[in-house]
Write a protein that binds this ligand. Structure first.
Ligand code: AMP
Ligand code: MN
Ligand code: MN
Length: 324
């Protein structure tokens, strides 16, 4: 790990103009990693463009520095990047059109997904709870000085990817990093207020419909959110809430799945497991990726019921092969 980090620091020291890119369908760790790395690189005098080739959901768009620093794809069209750093993305398709620019610059991949395809010139893929923890290590190695703002944006990803310090990826290193960030001004109260205590009423109303559509098959719970369901409450697809954690929380459920229509007939499938089942294996089989307890894929179909059946059956088949 130290050698890869040193190689990354060497690449950064050689250049001035850097693109930092996060993944499409951005989550808290993605936004946090992009922001913390961008702000860190700026503090040491680099010229940085932070880009995500997708819309940012409302609850993250309101987070400090997001609107100011993270731009859409167009912002890099004329930027003479010498180095591109991808964070929290497991494969090229996850960074959208920004991957086209890998032809013209050196590239670094920093990620914590075991399903990573090592698509950069230098790849640091490691088993951390959040990519934001890897950015923290890189910033420290670059001798970036932390203030309240940087500590808070860096803390965001660790909080969200560990489900606010309760998933099984919440190890001692997570708490050590969180303690360090809080000592250096990280504001966990601000993060939990903005992420957990800030739900639009429409999302709760949609939740009623989502529960009406829920099906339970042994230890698997699943439901869907279609564009029609979103339209009923004037919710934009980019702001579509994730209820997959609520399904997983049901007693006796091992695997939870949600099917969310983002564009007509295109579904994002989110899977979560509670205790023993590896959902990333199913995600990879359907062309996606992720972690053992949280993974996903996207699929185009005009037959949602069939997609649901296929997904549930794939999980059941894999479950049978486990020796519990
Ligand atoms: P989600 O269900 O979208 O919250 O994603 C759960 C985890 O799976 C996250 O770590 C994502 O980065 C990963 N993931 C989701 N969709 C995909 C995909 N299409 N390809 C690769 N990884 C994915
Ligand atoms: Mn992510
Ligand atoms: Mn992550």
């Amino acid at each position: 790990m130290i050698r890869t980090l040193e190689a990354i620091v060497g690449e950064i020291n050689k250049v001035k103009n850097i693109i930092v890119v996060g993944h499409i369908m951005p989550d808290g760790d993605d936004i946090s990693s992009v922001l913390a790395l961008t702000m860190g690189l700026e503090k040491i005098g680099k010229n940085v463009r932070a880009v995500i080739d997708d819309d940012i959901p409302g609850y993250l768009e309101e987070f400090p520095f997001v609107k100011e620093k993270i731009k859409s794809y167009d912002c890099i069209s004329k930027f003479p990047a010498e180095l591109i750093i991808s964070v929290d993305a497991s494969s090229p398709d996850r960074i959208g059109r920004v991957y086209d620019h890998f032809k013209f610059a050196r590239s670094i991949v920093i990620d914590h997904h075991a399903t990573n395809t090592y698509f950069g010139n230098v790849n640091w893929v490691d088993k951390f709870g959040a990519t934001a923890q890897m950015v923290l290590r890189l910033n420290k190695m670059l001798e970036v000085e932390y203030d309240e703002d940087l500590a808070t944006v860096n803390l965001l990803g660790i909080a969200t990817d560990t489900g606010f310090f309760k998933y099984s990826n919440t190890d001692a290193v997570v708490f050590e990093d969180v303690a360090w960030l809080v000592k250096n001004g990280g504001n966990i109260g601000l993060i939990s207020n903005m992420i957990l205590e800030n739900k639009p009423l429409e999302h709760l109303l949609l939740y009623k419909d989502f529960l009406n559509e829920m099906k339970i098959d042994n230890n698997i719970a699943y439901s869907h959110i279609t564009l029609d369901m979103l339209n009923k409450y004037d919710i934009l697809p980019k702001d579509s809430p994730s209820f997959v954690g609520e399904l997983r929380s049901i007693k006796g459920i091992e695997v939870a799945i949600t099917f969310s229509e983002g564009e007509p007939n295109v579904y994002h499938v989110s899977m979560r497991s509670k205790d023993w089942f590896d959902v990333s294996k199913v995600a990879v089989a359907f062309g996606g990726g992720g972690h053992p307890r949280a993974a996903g894929f996207s699929k185009e179909t005009d037959n949602l019921e069939k997609l649901e059946k296929e997904t549930v059956n794939a999980i059941k088949n894999l479950m049978e092969s486990y020796e519990k």
